[in-house]
Design a protein around this ligand. Sequence first.
Ligand code: NG6
Ligand code: CA
Length: 505
Amino acid sequence: MKMKNLIWSILLVPILISGCQPAKKAVEESGVKPNVVVIYMDDLGYGDLSSYGATELQTPNIDALAAGGNRFTNAYASSATCTPSRYALLTGSYPWRNKDAKILRGSAPLIIGVNQPTLPKMMQANGYYTGVVGKWHLGLGDGDLDWNKHITPGPNEVGFNYSYVMAATQDRVPTVFIDNGNVVGVDPNDPIEVNYNENFAGQQTGLENPELCRLKWHHGHNGTIVNGIPRIGFMKGGEKAKWVDEEMSGHFLKLAQQYVRDHKSEPFFLYYALQQPHVPRTPNPAFVGKSGMGARGDVILEADWTIGEFMKTMKEEGLLENTLIVFSSDNGPVLNDGYEDDALEKLGKHNPSGPFRGGKYSLFEAGTRIPFVTYWKGKIKPQESDALVCQMDLMASIAKLIGVEAPKNDSQNQLSLLMGESKTGRENLIIEATSRTAIRQGDWLMIPPYNAKPVNEKVNIELGNSLEFQLYNLKNDEGEQNNLATSNPEKLKEMLESFVALRGK
Ligand code: NG6
Ligand code: CA
């Protein structure tokens, strides 16, 4: 141990003295700082893209990124739901370190500390203009939120120069956009009120007025009806501020395109968080019926088209040669997530989970194993990688890319891997699903016992819970069918030791 400490101090001294200068210099000498764009979908499964094995629908624009870049087959979101995955992506910290990093209500306070290091803050401090367009779902305000006044803290206080977001999800109130902390279309004569505990007197809800709903709720989602769609939570007022669901994708696209046009002559970061194919699935009329798979398939095609349009703008503006583009999804897929929208009935032979077991909310692979592509024209050679990597690693990797020292957190520098210059990724990773955790290490996955229901019947997804230890060799058994916990006690012990060491007591 002493020797190890000595080696470390010898290694660290020059780094501490020189700080991050050499790498920074390298970027500066090369002329321009590269832009970074993260295109992030919501609930898109590993099997939902033709570049990841789907045969029943075609996603040519996302496939073009996958075919022209580095296509990862062992990449993970930190979690099997949205809020914690986004928390890990933006902070580089495991979400289970923050007790509030769980699916949030639309009125929840911001869960990223305003003094906490974040990926956009790190970039901002190093000369980048930073922006977020799309789904936020990391909370807003400090607990006493008034939607009719300037909302703070929010994205702009945790590192974004520009933000245009929906507060939580498309199925949660308030159904309004927030432009740099101000609700778009707010009207003092029709103030917005939001309540997640009780309805406002005289307001119609999905529960009491199902005849007013054009989309039928299946579970939850029986609060305030907006645009004929019953939502989670109650909302009053703000008539002029309410979004049009079918126009949301096009709206975010225009803003993302404008953002890159506005900032093309300075180094920029864009976190472009699409809302598809999360519920309620509301394809634009141009895409209705296009997939033959119901609304879920249609919105995936719409998102694919949207990404193609965004890429056209990147090309027109001459930005492709100087931009690292990362494409991914926040968690695995779900069919019926609370509305009866034909996703199940019209699925046919399509398998959103691909070869994996489970789906959204699950500790089984399909919960967190997601499509993940890095694309950089002329810099990243088209290839595939089966190395282990997590979205949480973007922070330390981008730090390396832009030549700065990464804050100390759970993010690992995997820049060479992302750039296709190395085939080695993480040694291990803790994955999370609604506060339960498991460990991936090498080719193995270990899920400790959980005394909780094995299946969420409402969404019909196996959650990965068992009273027994589960141990799978993902190389030989990607579908997690053979539990080797009893037959391989040594591996189980090794996995458990790593799990305890990483999770702490
Ligand atoms: C769940 C919702 C689900 C979805 C999810 C968040 C019910 C019954 N289910 O609570 O529909 O909104 O939260 O999804 O309300 S996520 O992708 O943002 O994590
Ligand atoms: Ca999600």
